[in-house]
Design a protein around this ligand. Structure first.
Ligand code: IPE
Ligand code: IPE
Ligand code: MG
Length: 240
């Protein structure tokens, strides 16, 4: 999976040179379920299937870093029922799919503070990070992630190292994403056009792509559309 190139689509081979990191704000699971008169948790079940398919596809294209926003620091504001359904799905997914990811050369890193999570879930997450740490393709899964929390956490870590002045590099190196370059492309589904506290620091020069599709309806062909669009853009970084 990680080192395979895809030859069945229109994405040129050079894609993985131009895009080292793609990030997804997987939005719209709730609306997908509501449209079908299903409980929101069923939308998350469908969203998990999409997550698996899209992540595999991105690695198949040769993209070295893939990040997904799975649960934000603000998502605790949802009902206890929905939060526990989401946590349950995460745990089940680790139990059932971790081995396949590891065998396919993927390193899983969870972005976010694990402290408020259940002890069992936090342990499983840590264990998976350790078991996959030798792999090269990075899958960052943001769980209890908030970019403001991440920056505060980085600053506090620097203070505890007795730093009295810091550089931008110091901050980058203390973020949860320290193992990945900044995202080249951030894709958000379900028609919303906001960051919702995702990668605020790292997104300084990211390109953005919005899809009206709800996350459970998002397909590899939609990834192709996003990448084709990305490839046509001219990134200037303040220059020309
Ligand atoms: C994204 O889908 C998944 C999470 C935030 C956990 P939503 O649950 O936000 O779906 P909508 O936005 O309510 O449709
Ligand atoms: C952002 O989606 C978080 C995730 C996708 C996990 P939300 O649905 O929580 O964001 P808002 O509330 O619409 O901004
Ligand atoms: Mg949403």
């Amino acid at each position: 999976m990680a080192n395979l190139k895809n030859s069945e689509n229109n994405i040129p081979e050079k894609i993985c040179e131009k895009i080292k990191h793609i990030a997804f704000i997987m939005d719209g699971n709730g609306r997908w379920a509501q449209k079908r008169l299903l409980p929101r948790s069923q939308g998350h079940v469908a969203g998990l299937k999409t997550f698996t398919e899209i992540v595999k596809y991105c690695f198949k294209l040769g993209i070295a870093n893939v990040t997904v926003y799975a649960f934000s620091t603000e998502n605790w504001n949802r009902s206890e029922e929905e939060v526990s359904a989401l946590m349950g799905l995460l745990e089940k997914n680790i139990d059932e799919n971790a081995d396949e990811l590891i065998e396919n050369g993927i390193r899983i890193i969870f972005l976010g503070d694990k402290t408020p999570l259940s002890k069992t879930l936090a342990e499983k997450m840590k264990r998976l990070e350790e078991r996959s740490s030798h792999n090269k393709g990075i899958l960052n899964v943001a769980v209890n992630y908030g970019a403001r929390d991440e920056i505060v956490n980085a600053v506090n870590a620097l203070i505890s190292e007795n730093k009295t002045a810091v550089t931008a590099e110091d901050i980058s190196e203390h973020l949860y994403t320290k193992n990945s370059p900044d995202p080249d492309l951030i894709v958000r589904t379900a028609g919303e056009k906001r960051l919702s506290n995702f990668l605020l620091w790292q997104a300084a020069y990211s390109e953005f792509y919005y899809s009206d599709k709800l996350w459970p309806d998002f397909t590899p062909a939609d990834v192709d559309l996003a990448l084709e669009n990305f490839m046509s853009r001219h990134r200037k970084y303040g220059g020309y």
